[in-house]
Design a protein around this ligand. Sequence first.
Ligand code: SF4
Length: 705
Amino acid sequence: MDSVKTICPYCGVGCGLEIFGAADKRRVRGDRDHPSSQGLVCVKGATILESLERDRLTYPMMRSSLTEPFQRISWDQALDAIAARIRALLVTQGPDSICMYGSGQFLTEDYYVAQKLIKGCLGTNNFDANSRLCMSSAVSGYIRSFGADGPPACYDDLEQTDYLFAIGTNTADCHPIAFNRFRKYHKAQGDRVKLVVADPRRTATAEVADLHLAIRPGSDIDLVHGIAHLLWQWGAIAKDFIIDHTEGFEAYLTLLKDYTPDRVADRCGIDRADLETAARWWAESERVLSIWSMGINQSAEGTAKVRSIIDLHLLTGQIGRAGAGPFSLTGQPNAMGGREAGGLAKLLPGYRLISNAADRAAVEQFWQVPTGRISPREGRDAWGIIEGLERGEVGLLWIAATNPAVSFPDLNRTKAALQKSPFTIYQDAYYPTETAAYAHLLLPAAQWSEKSGTMTNSERVVTLSQAFREPPGEARADWEIFAAVGRRLGFGAQFQFGDAAAVHREFVQLTAGRPCDMSGMDHDLLAKGALQWPCPRDRPDHKNLTKRLYEKGQFHTPSGRARFSACDTVGLAEPPDDDYPLVLTIGRLYGHWHTQTRTGRIDKIRKMYPEPFLEIHPTDALPLGLVDGEPVVVRSRRGVAQFPARVTTAIAPGTVFAPMHWGFLWADGAEANALTHPAVCPDSLQPELKACAVRVERPEKMGDK
Ligand code: SF4
């Protein structure tokens, strides 16, 4: 092997990688030709090869109850067992008793074949993915404000802006290569370019900010509307843009009048002068770019938060231009591909909606399934699957490429619900994982490097992830497993794909003429280099002609205008009180990825982070007698966890922080999500993983209650 170009399978930055060297001495480096990463790579991408052969699941295994050991079975036995279960459930409980929970780690081809099987053939929309926990509020916000999903900006904007407003995102740790591009530019530009970071923690991102607004958890909308109020007061708004390209301004303006600077500063817990500085820099900047990720999305008012950021850009006409726009950063490597392929319970491929009869009819016709086969009911969202298990309404749960026994909120309740599942299929590359403990049937999946397909990053760039090694044992690509089950259930005509390229060829036809048009792409073309959508079939040179969306101020709403939201804030779903006086916020570390399924198996990364921790401000730690490095107990209304204390002024008083990466395989009793609650945004159904009320105690009290 000389070299193979591919994409990093971790975060939504989507860095290009180049794998080179002989099979027994393969090495990895950044792909200098990749438009998003330009040859850069972080520690996760740089160490990815170390994780590929450790603790792999290599053949199917089954057991009849969770208390029994697994027994090896053949693929035929496994597929027969799944098909028999599904057939029986279709008769006894109906299609809505079947649920699949997938992953932004899927390739787009995996996502697409799963949608065809679950929504098109079985007739239930119970497909959801871990993207629900990551960015579904961004999806809802874009759809409501612009009439369609799709981040309008691109990474080049990080090097062309005058003002980067980073709210609810620790980009330096969680999207390091995208942030590196901005950091270099910011440094080179001296005082001219401003970085404002709004975050209760002094994160690595906040460390390099010109202004850090350590706002209280849950006060994001206050801050954003407070900036908008000042801009309106100063007349620093884009009147022509508002008149020509938006609707709903009057209601928004009425709402803004209540967000006075003193009220906002008080609610956010910041100085009025800092609020005014953030607004003044916005007013003075020619080009303003906002970025956000889970600090905004993981909230019971996540959609409203996203829309308030978009409102601010509409108010000032900061969209559709170089260096400007509201830009959500996706966590997962292919959460964007999932959105394009219809991989959430309310979506269909090609940015179509389950709730739209014409969209359902178009997809049914394309898939050649009977009219009415796609249910008009939106499927179960992630937490809805747990509630369905609790009520005995789920007869088969199929989990693939994700680890909900660590990543779901309210873990004690989640695990109790998983215990009740009559039949859980768990399809993953690794074994053991925490979720495998709740499975009846284990299916070995091929992972990155062992299967080909596409991924789309946060800036709509599609990269071919190329296979360069064989899967271990009997592992198979996820899409091949879904297709094999489809054929066993009698849908032979729908699942005759020879390879992943054929799946892709079919999928992109469903995007033709849609906002995410990829009909001009195929695997052969993508093997020559990554491409950004929209990329229609008739585009002559397949080069990136539309780096930014909405350059002409034309949106996908019926009127063609973007909509102001006028969303008032409701604050935290579980505010602190006398019994639980602190707010716990959870997050990610630079080197680890999600639940450590991969990164926990890489020595260098494990050494970087030997244990979890709880950040607590000295103001909160000292009265409790907590000592840096010693264990502390954290309790919420739902659970308890124990971490070594990290007493630091990097966290605001009243707030504590714990990383979310440690499940029970990697540390005893340090599951941050044992504490979190499952309240969701009513629009996006994304849980508020970012904030819950807790109290902190010394360990001797652990057995008290
Ligand atoms: S920034 Fe993200 S995509 Fe890039 S190398 Fe690191 S983990 Fe991979």
